[in-house]
Design a protein around this ligand. Structure first.
Ligand SMILES: Nc1ncnc2c1ncn2[C@@H]1O[C@H](COP(=O)(O)OP(=O)(O)OP(=O)(O)O)[C@@H](O)[C@H]1O
Length: 682
């Protein structure tokens, strides 16, 4: 969008430029007051719709920790009314002082009883504060135990087609330590209750005190009381009234600075930066872009939200009613002041300060609180966008699958989401139960895409895939995937122990024994490597990619070097694993599945590319030995070892299966396969 600099408008939109950002908002003809009324009505309507979520969250809280919830609520109510109680004691004290001075009737007992009440309330407040903090801790901890498994289950339902939902639906950033599902709801609810009670109870005490004053002091005090709340409610929250706005930055220098900043700090890029020799030039490039950007402000959108840019008179009104009421009050009533006015002024100042402290623009709205509950339950109840079938695998009536899985592609085409390119076009073939099938072809010809469709990571845009003559979409995919052993191109190493890396994915009822793990490790060719590790099978492995940038276990704030060394002493050290070792470990995981699950299909996608020839030959022959009762599909560029034994070879080119037959047939045909084969053996 081309945006005029400074303030400008086009149609019903207005534009402003703040430093590198451009901002636009709808040109609302209504005043701030009317907008507030509209937005209040909108909010009320929205709150009504959210009530079921809030009710559910409260019911869950009652079930999880009833005593703590009760303690949290009671102590929150106490914190809400405590400032008003203080105000009341102050009013009583001023009354007694006034009486003492004017009527010369000072009674020490009256002061003692007041002081004792004050001290008692202060002690109750301290106890309430500690009880509240403790109950909140228990509540949040029970919420974690209750909700985190549900969130994990729901998150793992997100399919690749809807992967963006992971960021939009789930209130989770991926850092276990900082995830407190339901915590934000409780704290915001407590904050809101407290602020509301502070406001209501203090205004109540003030009104009670004011009603006993003389005119015109009474009216002026009343005006201040009303004005405070009114101004606080009316003041615009951002620089553009209450309108919603959007902002963006097209500044190429700023974009480049952001990209370079990410490169410097995101761990995922580090190895490539070093290998490509780019690391040292990042700072120079950053400085160059900063120079080209010049003196333009690089402001984030926050100041617009916090009201930094609202019109000046709103700030003045806030100042008068919220910050300096006593001075204004004294000025207005300079000719009418009496000894009791001093007490009124002190009361007014105390109430104003306390209300300002408790109620700010940061106070969550009731709608915010409702949204917290809605977000949590929307995530917990997340439904996969790919419709799931219900058919079990193997089907109880079908005995034929004992020989392996039958796979049929019928004119299947695939376009990845957001891409116009056909990764697969009109692909048709049959793989019979128990066949050993080789899939070969040039880079990008669609081999891995075909396998992704088989695992239903994506759905084709046209055509149909059948498993044992039944459409893939009719199957319950968890059941079907449990009968498949997939070894993908990228060998993932999970951040758990070596043993768990091999045994992950087995049915929960299966009891894993050391002998099972060692047998799988032998078949995967990783026994020798594991025996060299200090911790053997118990060695904890780091992930091959970083789960979250800035994952800094145990560091908070700015620890001294000595403290960091102490932390390093207690932390485990990462184990480095070569790419070949990662592939061996992944093979061991596949063999563990083959050995201990009812596997009917084994898919090996370029899974031996980083192995030395001997290891590759051993692993492939281990797969061959495990063939009984399984269909085996192997995608590989180095296929000469398996070519003669394969029952079928599918040769792919530009997203299509161009040849389908045995090695002998395809060599005779002298087409694409023959060219690939001869290039390899010559
Ligand atoms: N997630 C994706 N989004 C968009 N396009 C993709 C995606 N994955 C693969 N492609 C494209 O689909 C085409 C087929 O890719 P695929 O990975 O299936 O090829 P391949 O035959 O396995 O290649 P290779 O031999 O290099 O592993 C390629 O053009 C690739 O760029």
């Amino acid at each position: 969008m081309n945006v005029p600099p400074g303030k400008a408008s086009r149609g019903r939109f207005r534009y402003r430029r703040y430093g590198v950002y451009d901002l636009t908002y709808e040109d609302a003809a209504s005043s701030s007051f009317t907008l507030r009324i509209y937005s209040l009505l909108d909010d009320l309507w929205a709150i009504c719709k959210e009530i079921p979520y809030v009710r559910r969250q409260l019911v869950d809280s009652i079930k999880l920790a009833p005593a703590e919830l009760m303690a949290y609520m009671v102590t929150t109510i106490w914190h809400g009314i405590y400032p008003a109680i203080n105000l009341y004691w102050l009013a009583v004290l001023f009354d007694r002082l006034e009486n003492g001075f004017i009527h010369r009737a000072l009674s020490p007992e009256a002061y003692w009883s007041l002081a004792l009440s004050w001290i008692f309330c202060a002690m109750v407040d301290v106890a309430a504060g500690r009880t509240r903090a403790r109950s909140l801790e228990v509540l949040i901890s029970r919420f974690r135990v209750h909700f985190i498994p549900q969130l994990i289950r729901a998150s793992l339902r997100v399919d690749l087609l809807s992967i963006e939902d992971l960021y939009t639906v789930f209130p989770v950033e991926g850092r276990f330590e900082s995830e407190f599902p339901g915590g934000a709801f409780l704290t915001q609810l407590g904050q809101l209750m407290q602020c509301t009670l502070v406001l209501i109870s203090q205004v109540f005490v003030l009104l009670h005190t004011i009603s006993r004053k003389q005119s015109p002091e009474r009216e002026v005090l009343l005006c201040f009381c009303v004005a405070r709340g009114f101004v606080w409610w009316l003041v615009p929250l951002n620089g553009i009234g209450c309108s919603a706005y959007v902002y963006w930055s097209n500044n190429c220098h700023f974009q480049k600075m952001k990209a370079l900043f990410s490169l410097a700090f995101l761990t995922g890029y580090r190895a490539d930066l070093v290998l490509d020799g780019i690391a040292s030039s990042i700072e120079t490039e950053y400085n160059r872009s900063a120079e080209q950007l010049g003196d333009v402000e690089v402001l984030g959108p926050t100041p617009w939200r916090t009201g930094l840019l609202r019109e000046w008179y709103w700030d003045l009104l806030m100042e008068i009613t919220l910050e300096h009421p006593v001075a204004i009050y004294a000025l207005i009533l300079s000719t009418h002041l009496s000894p009791s006015s001093i007490a009124s002024m002190a009361l007014l100042q105390q109430a104003t300060t306390s209300i300002s402290l408790n109620i700010g623009q940061d106070t969550p709205s009731l709608l915010d609180v409702c949204w917290q509950a809605r977000r949590l339950y929307n995530a917990v109840n997340y439904q996969n966008t790919m419709p799931q079938g219900t058919e079990l695998f193997p089907r109880p009536i079908d005995k034929s699958c004992d020989a392996g899985m039958k796979i049929s592609f019928r004119q299947v085409s695939l376009q990845y989401p957001g891409s116009d390119y056909h990764a697969l076009r009109d692909v048709s073939f049959d793989i019979l139960p128990g066949e050993l099938v080789l899939v070969v072809g040039t880079n990008g010809s669609g081999k891995s895409s075909m396998l992704k469709l088989l695992a239903r990571l994506f759905d084709p845009i046209a055509g149909e895939i059948l498993i044992d003559d039944l459409p893939l979409v009719h199957y319950d995919m968890d059941q079907l995937r449990a009968a498949m052993a997939f070894q993908p191109q990228s060998a993932v190493v999970y951040p758990v122990s070596v043993r768990e890396n091999i045994a992950l994915g087995l049915p929960p009822a299966f009891s894993v024994e050391q002998a099972h793990v060692e047998a799988a490790a032998r078949a995967g060719g990783c026994s020798a490597w594991i025996s060299r590790l200090n911790g053997g099978y118990d060695t904890q492995l780091q992930p091959s990619f970083d789960i979250h940038h800035g994952w800094m276990d145990g560091i908070y704030g700015y620890p001294s070097e000595a403290l960091k060394e102490e932390l390093a002493r207690h932390k485990g050290h990462p184990v480095s694993i070569s790419d070949g070792e990662k592939q061996r470990l992944a093979s061991a995981r596949t063999f563990m599945c083959i050995n201990h699950r009812t596997t009917r299909l084994v898919v090996v996608d370029e899974a031996t590319s980083r192995l030395d020839p001997v290891a590759e030959r051993n692993i492939l022959s281990a797969f061959r030995n495990a063939r009984a009762g399984k269909t085996i599909v192997v995608v590989t560029h180095r296929f000469h070892q398996l070519a003669h034994e394969a029952d079928r070879i599918l040769c792919m080119k530009d997203g299509s299966v161009v040849e389908n037959g045995t090695h002998a047939e395809l060599v005779r045909a002298n087409g694409s396969y023959a060219a690939l084969y001869h290039a390899q053996v010559e």
